[in-house]
Design a protein around this ligand. Sequence first.
Ligand code: NAP
Length: 291
Amino acid sequence: MRIVILGANGQLGRELQRAVPHEWSVKAIASSDCDLTNHKAIERLISEIAPDAVVNCAAYTAVDQAETERETADAVNWLAVENLAHVAATAGAVLVHISTDYVFGGESRAPYRESDPTAPINHYGAGKLRGEQAIAESGCRGVVIRTQWLYSPYGKNFVKTMLRLATQQREVRVVADQRGCPTAADDLAETIVAILPAVVADNTLRGEVFHFASRGEATWCEFAEEIFRVAECDCRAVAITTNDYPTAARRPRNSVLNCSKICERFGVEQPDWRESLRRNIERIKKNDNPL
Ligand SMILES: NC(=O)c1ccc[n+]([C@@H]2O[C@H](COP(=O)([O-])OP(=O)(O)OC[C@H]3O[C@@H](n4cnc5c(N)ncnc54)[C@H](OP(=O)(O)O)[C@@H]3O)[C@@H](O)[C@H]2O)c1
């Protein structure tokens, strides 16, 4: 299997490079190697490598900043994805693209299924949805995987922020009226590796959407409590409401993803979010990554 990973320095891009089997040929492309918004450069890159699959882990992920940097966010999350889908189709490569729970409005009480109506309430979610739609319209082979609340030992994320704050404060105020599922990027990377051979072999998959997150659910405040408990921090999470913590972008109140489709279709198992958190906190501590 020959694959191209875009977004090589992001959380998922880095975990995916760790997860791929040694026998696969992998080209990991960072933004400094090739900017996704440079359509011609992406076209050249993919046609030269002629991969079986392109896994797009690159995205404009600054959710609040996307409200003001709309054009930049759209250039990466929508227009570059539209181009990538056409490039992959022309090169005969399968595209695995990552999308987000923020395509949903958050008013549902039940976990969201792939077939539920989308209704993004922030610009990041709207741009990612247009990216998904562009893939579907292109007819390009492959899948879109929506995920949520990603964290890892790399980059900036909620787990690392909480661990850092716990070294500075005895309590942290955390939003307790938004629900989702904390998902370790290494679990998503392993799932991508596990399903990729079947996706490449299946000519009928054309931008079909699947959800993948860990098993279970939590509020941000419950997530923080679990981080402090597992990492044995002398710090307390204090529940506040979304109104107490205004942000530029609105967030869905509930964005828990129902992942039964990917489990049934590909035999994937959802790991329990607390177990994955424990493993990743150990990794963060061992690597002694700067928080
Ligand atoms: N993080 C979450 O909680 C979350 C939740 C739901 C869905 N997702 C989705 O999951 C995927 C992976 O997220 P992540 O957390 O791994 O993201 P991340 O850590 O923010 O990494 C994104 C990567 O994209 C690269 N990138 C940005 N603009 C680019 C451009 N114009 N050309 C080439 N590369 C570019 C960045 O490069 P630089 O390092 O050079 O900036 C960065 O390495 C994304 O599709 C995201 O939308 C994430």
